[in-house]
Design a protein around this ligand. Sequence first.
Ligand code: SF4
Length: 231
Amino acid sequence: MKNGEALKQLQFEMNSCSLCLESGYKITPGAIFSGVLGAKVMVIGQAPGVTEVKAKRPFNASSGRRLFKWLGLAGWDEPRFRDGQYMTAVTKCYPGKNNSGRGDRLASKEEQKLCRDYLNREIEVIAPKVIIPVGGLAIKIFYPSKLKLDEIIGTAIFHQDLRVGEIDRSADNPEMVVDSIDGGLASNGVWIVPLPHPSGASAWTNKPQNLALIEKAIALLNDLRLLLELD
Ligand code: SF4
């Protein structure tokens, strides 16, 4: 199957999926993702929120404003990024409110597992040069689980050959974790550059001492954008 057909088929399957509902989770079906074939950058969030469902686009509300502020500092403007790059999530349907009713529920491990094949297929079909996992759930797919966010944000992982079926195995033993971009390597593999969850409610993101780490992550993205001509 050609990539265009494969993406269409995949998006049709995601749009009509009810696997989590069938497993008893009260999600709001209707996968939220955006992007085109040929995208060189893929943003992977945790899960859409209620405003994303209404607008039918990822990172639509306040989290999106902060994320696009960071991406803007890395040199991408929002309309161009939304038009030319790919945005998705670990679980693609709105998981609903958490028990306290004050925030959204974190998708369970089982839901993440149910949705994982879609994410793997998105990575395979789009074949991005840079993946930006945003927030803990997405970051854990690529980084060793023992590392804290302070040890992760401001670094990047380089994969010479990112085999989708081996991502989980490589997460605890990544090929190469760096804190600067080697221009010689840059064009021959896939880079993972994580960002923290951009929600205004995120305690980590709002701590002043973490701003320098976020600035480092933005600088890594800017370096890659320039080196790999990712506009
Ligand atoms: S979150 Fe993923 S697996 Fe669950 S219903 Fe939505 S598309 Fe299907």
